[in-house]
Ligand binder design. Structure first.
Ligand code: NAP
Length: 558
């Protein structure tokens, strides 16, 4: 894109294609990312006849479900609450094979949606945006792509994915290791030989727990390098028969209404009887029931007190610790698998299938890094302070630069050249997690400080896409060329985000909810980044809908 092109006459607000030149596409709206959010976003825009394209850095669509191909990768939301709700026809056609569907089927689903609604023709792949610069005179964004192309857009919608920036540790000698090594996010498309191999997994978050459970009986030896254990409860997956799927289809309206009315965006709803109104025995009997139920039942259908009341949280933590002790044969190993530094539900809860039983196998070994830290990698494995572990394959399940990482990797410059990375250095600051003051015409789906990070992702994604598409329509109808959050509205929203976060017991725990990632500068322990809104989906939806009904209060439409 040349400077001359930047100084072309202002773009008309039109829903027809804007003139493009070789290497420079011009569109009214550019959507960044073809994952779950980008797919729905482009559907909404093209339905409205708005000239829009999706730029996707990868070579195909699917986002999370395109990338995370590691064994065991699957939903931990009930499949039928994860799929899109916008098309009755789609709901009637698609059969989810499992209550918690696995990655290959999830990717097939997203492709099916894209084909059905002919969305691929609006997508450009291998189109990584490296820089995004606001042009105040023209009121457009200029996007510079890695391949040298440029795109000009009146509006940019970022659907970058909250968990799209994998992070690696930085142990001495990692490059010296001569076996295979990759982050779970980059698990190869080609089958990875596992039989007979000595595999090391670093990390025991939701990803590590899935991959460890899935490969324990496939590999020769499995060594798990655990820095801190996580609480984890059974997924309780099961196949879905034709009859069950028919019943689900009949119930879809009710299912989505239930999700919309629950704080977490699931069908599980908190128990309102009151933690202390039951005896300890009654609570344990209730938890026994929840433990055997699918998905997040033990977390999301539990008493609300477990999130706010330390004594209540201690009691449920003791209950889950006992469950771990019952499932792990070696009491020493069991104790190592029980978290001591945070209570149950104080970090994002991983769900598991036979995870704890994996440690009862002779070929699975737990290395507690809090006792014997990694000193360095060698050509043949990992040296801890205790011993050398010979390995053929190292799997990094070491997490993500969550929520803001996807933004940091693009050089985003708004009004007066301000860098978004600078504005967000100590943590994000947004209006409803959708707009950022100083960055006009940029709308975020599942953005920082939206409710997405704390709920069933796709449910919040649909809410967010619908809301910002309404805002966009309104702007276009009014002939507006500039849409920006007011600084005071942003400040008020950040205060609400902080307030909701500070009420929760997890406020000081280490996990991506609080922005902790030991592998990313500035994301260390004790530096809280208020990355998600924890006030619950219904409250969030009510607030954004009120703002819309109020003529998009807090937003300057020029
Ligand atoms: P994560 O929860 O951040 O876990 C990363 C793990 O790596 C932690 O155990 C961490 O230890 C460890 N680690 C990081 N750096 C390390 C280092 N330098 N040395 C040793 N260990 C290190 O990441 P994740 O497991 O990928 O999960 C991220 C999120 O993705 C989940 O919370 C969930 O929201 C999502 N997810 C969803 C699904 C699903 O829906 N089914 C599945 C997988 C993931 P510390 O705890 O000590 O930091």
């Amino acid at each position: 894109m040349s400077d001359a092109a930047m100084s072309d006459a202002p773009l008309p607000m039109t829903t027809t294609s804007l003139p493009s030149t070789p290497g420079t596409e011009r569109h009214e709206v550019v959507v960044l990312g073809a994952g779950v959010s980008g797919i729905y976003q482009i559907k909404r825009l093209t339905d409205l006849g708005i000239d829009a394209i999706v730029l996707e850095a990868d070579d195909d669509l699917g986002g999370t479900w395109y990338r995370n191909r590691y064994p065991g990768a699957r939903f931990d939301s009930e499949s039928y609450t994860y799929g899109y709700s916008f098309s009755r026809e789609l709901l009637d056609e698609w059969h989810w094979n499992e209550r918690f569907s696995a990655q290959p089927e999830n990717l097939r689903y997203l492709n099916y949606v894209a084909e059905k609604f002919d969305l691929r023709r609006h997508m450009r792949f291998n189109a990584r945006v490296e820089a995004m610069t606001w042009n105040e005179d023209e009121r457009v964004w200029r996007l510079d792509l890695q391949n040298g192309d440029t795109c000009i857009a009146r509006f940019v919608i970022t659907s970058l994915g909250p968990l799209s920036m994998p992070t690696l540790p930085s142990y001495e000698g990692m490059d010296d290791f001569e076996g295979d090594a990759f982050h779970t996010y980059w698990w190869p498309k080609e089958p990875v030989p596992l039989a007979g191999r000595r595999v090391g997994v670093i990390g025991t978050g939701a990803t590590g727990i899935q991959v460890i459970s899935a490969i324990a009986d496939q590999v020769g030896e499995l060594t798990v390098f655990q820095r801190r254990p996580n609480w984890s409860t059974p997924l309780n997956n099961a196949p879905i028969t034709e009859d069950e799927m028919a019943a689900i289809r009949r119930r879809y309206d009710e299912i989505f209404a239930n999700c919309a009315n629950s704080p977490g965006g699931f069908e599980h709803v908190p128990d309102r009887r009151g933690f202390w109104s039951l005896t300890a025995e009654e609570r344990r009997a209730f938890w026994d029931e929840l433990y055997d139920q699918p998905g997040f039942a033990l977390l999301a259908a539990n008493f609300m007190e477990i999130y706010f009341d330390e004594a209540a949280n201690r009691e449920i933590s003791d209950y889950v610790a006992d469950r771990i002790r019952q499932r792990v044969a070696d009491p020493v190993v069991a104790e190592k698998l029980i978290p001591r530094d945070h209570g149950f539900g104080m970090q994002r809860l991983p769900l598991e299938t036979n995870y704890f039983e994996a440690y009862n196998r002779d070929n699975v070994h737990l290395v507690d890094l809090s006792e014997t830290p990694i000193e360095r990698f060698t050509a043949t494995g990992i040296q801890t302070t205790a011993t050398h572990h010979d390995l053929d394959l190292v799997v990094y399940a070491t997490g993500f630069d969550a929520i803001t990482g996807g933004y940091d990797r693009i050089e985003i410059r708004g009004v007066d050249g301000q860098a978004l990375a600078d504005k967000w250095r100590d943590g994000p600051s947004t209006y409803f997690g959708v707009l950022v003051s100083g960055f006009p015409n940029m709308f975020m789906v599942a953005g920082p400080q939206s409710v997405s990070g704390s709920t069933n992702f796709p449910r919040a994604i649909e809410t967010g896409v619908d809301w910002l598409t309404g805002l966009l329509e309104d702007a276009i109808d009014r002939g507006c060329t500039r849409v920006e959050a007011r600084p005071d509205a942003e400040e008020e929203w950040v205060a609400k985000v902080v307030d909701a976060h500070e009420r929760m017991l997890f406020r000081r725990s280490k996990g991506w909810f609080t922005g902790y990632n030991s592998n990313v500068n500035g994301h260390q322990e004790g530096k809280i980044r208020y990355q998600a809104y924890f006030g619950g989906a219904p409250r969030y939806t009510t607030m954004i809908n009120h703002a819309a009904a109020d003529g998009y209060a807090g937003i300057d439409l020029a």
